[in-house]
Design a binder for this molecule. Sequence first.
Ligand SMILES: Cc1cc2nc3c(=O)[nH]c(=O)nc-3n(C[C@H](O)[C@H](O)[C@H](O)COP(=O)(O)OP(=O)(O)OC[C@H]3O[C@@H](n4cnc5c(N)ncnc54)[C@H](O)[C@@H]3O)c2cc1C
Length: 334
Amino acid sequence: MSDEIYDFTIIGAGPTGLFGAFYAGLRSLKTKVIEALPEPGGQLAVLYPEKMIYDVPGHPHVMARDLVKLLMEQNERFDPDYVYNESVETLTRDESGDEPVWVLGTPRGEHRTRALLISAGIGAFAPNKLDRPGVAKYEGNGVYYFVQDRRPFRHKRVLIVGGGDTAVDWCLNLRDWADEITLIHRREQFRAHESSLTELRLAEIPMLTHWELAEVSGNSVVERARIVQNQTDETRDLDVDIVLLSLGFKASLGPMLDWGLELADQRHIRVDGFMETNLPGVFAAGDIAAVEGSEPLSLIVTGFGQAAIAANAAVKHISPESKLFPGHSSDLRL
Ligand SMILES: Cc1cc2nc3c(=O)[nH]c(=O)nc-3n(C[C@H](O)[C@H](O)[C@H](O)COP(=O)(O)OP(=O)(O)OC[C@H]3O[C@@H](n4cnc5c(N)ncnc54)[C@H](O)[C@@H]3O)c2cc1C
C-alpha cells in the first residue's frame, strides 16, 4: 500500500484484467492489478483450471490453467504490480490534490489511480454449500466444491452431486482418472447440455436421479457417503473417497452496487463503446460489462477485446492529446 498514484488500476485478475494489464503496459501506463483471491485467473483458476478451452484465437486447445500462466508470462514484459487477497470495497473521488484521482478502498487500505478498469467478472463468487452431517468436517479433505487440482482424484472412488454442466463435465473429465464415479442428482431433469449427457450415458457412468446426499462419514479421511432417495426415503451407503459437490455458485457485485455506477441489471455495469461507465475514467470489461445497445457475451475472447479498448481509451482519458490507436505491436521494438 502506498500513496503513489497509478495511471491504471484493474479490479480483478481474470483473463480480462490480465490482458488489460498487458495493453496498459504496452501504452506505458503505470498499472496495478488488485485481486480478491490469492491467485490470478478468475473463473479459469477457480472453476475449471483443468478443463480444455477451444475458442481462444491461436490456440486450437489450451487448458484453462495454462492460459492463465501464458497471460502472466505475457505480462512479464511490462511487469505490472499485482496485489492479491484484497477485495475492493469502495470507490470514491478525491479532488483535493493537484489532480483528481479515484480512490479504491480495501480492508487493508487505499489505492489511488487516474483511471481504472473493473474486470470483476461475476463479482466475488462463492459455491452454494450443502449443510449435511460430515460435509463441513471433511471440506478440503475429501469433500470439495470445485476441482482446483485433479491429483487428489487419481484412482479414487468419487461421488459427484449435481445436475448442471459442471457436475456432468467433471464426471466426463475424471472418468479415466478416478477409479469409480457415481453421479447423483435430486431431480429427474439435468440442466447440463444434452450432448454431455449422451456422452455420460455412453461412458456408462452411474447416474442416480432423485437421490440426495444425506451424510459423509469416515475416520481421518472420507470413507463413505449415505445417500437418500427423495421419493421413497430409501437410503444407501456408498464406499467413496471423495465427494464433489457441484451445486452452482452465488455471485454478487456486492459493494460495487453502491459505487454510483449505472447498471444494466444486478450483474452488469453499463458501458459505452469505449467501455467507459457513467463515471469518468472508470472503465468496465469482460463478464461484468454490458455495452449499450448490445447484450453481454460472457466469453474470454470478448473480455480480451474489451480490455484492449478500455486500456487504450484510458490513455486518452489521462492524456486527451494521445491517440486511441496504440500502433501495431509488431512495429514496436520491445
Ligand atoms: C465451467 C466454465 C467453463 C467455461 N468455458 C469457457 C470456454 O470454453 N470459452 C470461453 O470463452 N469462456 C468460457 N467460460 C467463461 C469464461 O471463463 C468467462 O467469460 C471469463 O472468465 C470472464 O473473465 P473476466 O476476467 O471478465 O472475469 P472472471 O474470470 O470472473 O475474473 C474476475 C476476477 O475478479 C475478481 N474480483 C471480483 N470482485 C472483486 C473485487 N471487489 N475486488 C478484487 N477482485 C475482485 C474475482 O475474484 C475474479 O478473480 C467458462 C466459464 C465456466 C464457469
